[in-house]
Write a protein that binds this ligand. Structure first.
Ligand SMILES: [Zn+2]
Length: 47
């Protein structure tokens, strides 16, 4: 019987601007560590 513990859920963030995927230390990172974009979670080209 296998038991998978999912207590350590890693929340990965992916930047919509540059495609960077990282694991933030904060729950809600303000900027992308790669391109420093504050709109990393907003799809680009959105009007
Ligand atoms: Zn980025």
């Amino acid at each position: 019987m296998k038991r998978v513990k999912k207590t350590n859920v890693v929340n990965e963030c992916s930047c919509e601007q540059c495609g960077r995927v990282w694991v933030p230390r904060l729950k809600k990172p303000n900027i992308c560590p790669s391109c420093k974009s504050t709109k990393w979670n907003q799809p680009k080209g959105k009007k």
